[in-house]
Design a protein around this ligand. Structure first.
Ligand SMILES: Nc1ncnc2c1ncn2[C@@H]1O[C@H](COP(=O)(O)OP(=O)(O)O)[C@@H](O)[C@H]1O
Ligand SMILES: [Mg+2]
Length: 350
């Protein structure tokens, strides 16, 4: 549906050029919630603003439903943009207009007849749950309510896609949950395609189907959200997923790990098991003892939801004689769980 090919964006400053996007390729399918995550300055806002050509690409092609936006005239582009809604971190509402008037605004610009505007605005207000705030001004609203107005206004022209630039970054965690639930509902009920950029992996984990990680204007990793959590390949993907799974190893554990099993006598492996669904590791772990006569000391365990699936991560220290734990690791490799040796530790380290 949205296809970005070889997108490059350079900002030319007084003395220097800055490459904000460097060869982005992305395809976003209809009905998908597609997340783009990156740290501050990675190029996320530039990328999302290029999707509707609010920012002019230096090179590359953006097509939406087969229509190449980069070849459109300014007039055609203005018309086309009505089909792409956008919401922002700071809501960008008109402070002198009420909720009703903010939502009606894009329709007035399109010269829609008043009665039709009235019907549409009332539908949108009820869709986002603001019936009791119809005539309130933005100053009288909470952050979550302001974003609901932003969403209703973005949907006024029946867009084919909604672009969200850090739409929950100014909201507290509870309000963030509510806005994400609303976006998910709109995605399901209206089959609305959503492109969502954020610096928070929790946002991605909660509602996105697919995710791309961007760093220095380049896509580092791309895939389904479940794939990314189960098998992050790049350092940045690992860092995002670990922080979201609350699985940064505590410093006192980390400090007792050796890279090499021969750095000291009698070191045994510390492993990380990642598993999907309800195939909890307990049977596997008790197998280790029964089958291989090794002990398994669980250092950390966590189960998190990724959309409707559970993903568990367990970190354990395997203890026993070398040939036994080697066999145990071999056995784990053959199971339907991911196993990674993250270091080696002495028997009484923990
Ligand atoms: N209008 C601009 N002129 C010059 N540089 C810009 C402009 N907009 C963004 N940049 C630079 O491009 C890079 C990416 O910015 P941005 O897309 O806003 O990142 P993000 O949204 O990921 O924080 C940053 O280094 C930023 O300073
Ligand atoms: Mg930004």
């Amino acid at each position: 549906m949205i296809c970005i090919q070889n997108l490059k964006k350079e900002y030319i400053g007084k003395n220097a050029r800055h490459i904000a996007l460097n060869g982005i390729n992305l395809t976003i399918e209809e009905g998908e919630i597609f997340g783009i995550i990156g740290r501050s300055g990675a190029g996320k806002s530039t990328l999302i603003r290029c999707i509707n050509l609010l920012e002019n690409p230096t090179e590359g092609k953006i097509t939406i439903n087969g229509d190449d936006l980069t070849t459109k005239s300014p007039h055609e582009l203005r018309k086309f943009r009505q089909k792409i809604g956008m919401i922002f971190q700071h809501f960008n509402l008109l402070s002198s207009r009420t909720v009703y008037e903010n939502i009606a605004f894009p329709l007035e610009l399109q010269h829609m007849p008043k009665a039709q505007i009235d019907k549409k605005v009332k539908e949108l207000i009820s869709l986002v749950g603001l019936q009791n705030k119809t005539h309130a001004y933005p100053d009288e609203l909470s952050g979550g309510q302001k974003q609901r107005v932003g969403i209703a206004r973005a949907l006024a022209s029946d867009p084919v896609a909604l672009l969200c630039d850090e739409a929950t970054s100014a909201l507290d965690p509870e309000t963030t949950e509510q806005i994400l639930a609303l976006l998910k509902k709109l995605n399901k009920e209206l089959k609305l395609t959503i492109v969502l950029i954020t610096h928070e992996m929790d946002v991605i984990r909660k509602i996105c189907d697919k995710v791309a990680i961007i760093e220095h204007g380049v896509i580092q990793e791309i895939g389904t959200v479940t794939e990314l959590f189960l098998n992050p390949k790049t350092a940045i993907a690992k860092s995002f997923t670990e922080s979201s799974m609350h699985l940064k190893l505590p410093a006192d554990i980390q400090s007792k790990l050796y890279h090499d099993p021969y750095q000291q006598d009698n070191l045994t492996p510390v492993i990380k098991l990642t598993f999907l669904g309800d195939a909890i590791t307990t049977p596997v772990i008790s197998d280790l003892n029964a089958k291989f006569a090794v002990a398994c000391n669980i250092l950390q365990a966590n189960i998190e939801r990724i959309q409707s699936q559970s993903v568990g991560i367990t970190i354990c220290h395997i203890q026993g004689e070398k040939d036994k734990w080697e066999n145990a690791l071999e056995y784990l490799h053959q199971q339907n769980i991911k196993m990674e040796v993250i270091g080696y530790a002495a028997v009484n380290a923990f």
